[in-house]
Design a protein around this ligand. Structure first.
Ligand code: THU
Length: 130
């Protein structure tokens, strides 16, 4: 299944009764497998999780830790960029040149990269002893 189709399909399962804003995300991992996630909100609002976080959790649960492509789709008039926290989560598992496609359900797409979304990212290398 394409990332686009996976993201559109999983978006339908989003639990977004509070924002009414459904988001779907699909990522391809190094093996070529596709992992999908949707936003899962909570009555205790800060406990909600983003679609990207769900897709990353699915990838890690499947035993993989490198993502090579990302697709995010929402029902907004313009494609939605990942939030700050999700940019950091994406940077944990994807190289700076990994393409992130942001899309509307109508098919409008914008493309960026993890590096452009989070320049100067904090990473594991910053914790190395001098
Ligand atoms: N949301 C995502 O799932 N991904 C994004 O990239 C942007 C925002 C969700 C979080 C929340 O459930 C809803 O959209 C409104 O912020």
């Amino acid at each position: 299944m394409s990332l686009k189709d996976a993201a559109l399909a999983v978006r339908e399962n989003a639990h977004a009764p509070y924002s009414k804003f459904k988001v779907g995300a699909a990522i391809r991992s190094a093996s070529g497998a596709v992992h999908a996630g949707c936003n899962v909100e909570n009555a205790a609002y800060p406990e909600g999780t983003c679609a990207e976080a769900g897709a990353i959790a699915a990838m890690v649960a499947a035993g993989e830790t490198e993502l090579t492509e990302v697709y995010v789709v929402a029902g907004s008039p313009q494609p939605v960029p990942p939030c700050g926290g999700c940019r950091q989560k994406l940077a944990e598992f994807g190289k700076a040149d990994v393409v992130v496609t942001m899309a509307t359900v109508d098919g409008t797409e914008m493309h960026t990269t993890i590096g452009d979304l989070l320049p100067g990212a904090f990473g594991a290398a910053h914790m190395e002893e001098p």
